[in-house]
Design a protein. Structure first.
Length: 223
């Protein structure tokens, strides 16, 4: 008889608005988790967050759930698990355009999507020089994308690793370039949180730099 499974456990929670392809997007990172020794469970229901025993035994939650609504009990379960040490990680709308009506959830992630220009645009994401040695972004300096460039609301508890600049122009209501955090980490109680605003569609997530940074972010957040 085999002994108990002592591998770390990752829970991938995916669903919500289908435009961000939650199944295909998260499938890209399942090999990363398994190659690093995680036992991976997938849930396509937010009710998993209310299972206190399961959440307590989870070392990492990877969430890809754009928009949608979460109940108070679902948000409570996730927040309490992270506060107790479970990691939380995600990208783009799957983590910061989720559950817009929940203030507690927004406090957990440290950011909320507010706006992006219509369609896709060319922009760059630059690693902050003072964070260049952080294990999530080390070796990367600048990423160029043709995608959605997020305008977000954030707070000072975030450790911002990379930024992007939204330019001002004759048709914008802002009269100077606006710098936005694009990738950040934070702690919440004993848990770690990783957020990347990149990853609108599969071409973003298969970009070698984005894929490596995202994979590192998942591993960094895990207990």
């Amino acid at each position: 008889m085999s002994g108990p499974d002592h591998r770390r456990r990752a829970l991938v929670v995916r669903g919500g608005w289908p435009g961000h392809e939650p199944r295909a997007a998260t499938d890209l990172f399942l090999p990363v988790l398994r190659d690093h020794g995680f036992a991976v469970e997938i849930s396509e229901s937010l009710d998993v967050y209310t299972d206190d025993e399961r959440m307590a035994g989870t070392d990492l939650v990877v969430q890809c759930w754009t928009m949608g609504e979460a109940t108070e009990d679902q948000v409570r379960g996730l927040c309490e698990a992270v506060r107790a040490g479970t990691g939380l990680a995600g990208w783009h709308g799957g983590i910061i355009d989720a559950f817009r009506g929940s203030i507690d959830y927004q406090r957990l992630t440290g950011g909320q999507f507010l706006w992006h220009a219509p369609g896709l645009t060319d922009f760059e994401v630059t690693v902050r020089p003072d964070r260049a040695r952080h294990p999530v972004v080390t070796g990367h300096h600048r990423v160029s994308l043709h995608s959605e460039q997020y305008w977000v609301a954030t707070d000072s508890h975030n450790e911002v690793l990379a930024e992007t600049v939204l330019p001002a122009g004759p048709d914008t209501p802002w009269d100077q370039p606006v710098t936005m955090p694009a990738i950040w980490t934070r702690t919440w109680g004993r848990g770690r949180v990783f957020v990347s605003t990149l990853g609108h569609h599969l071409p973003d997530l298969t970009n070698p730099a984005v894929r490596e940074i995202t994979g590192r972010g998942l591993l960094w957040a895990a207990r």
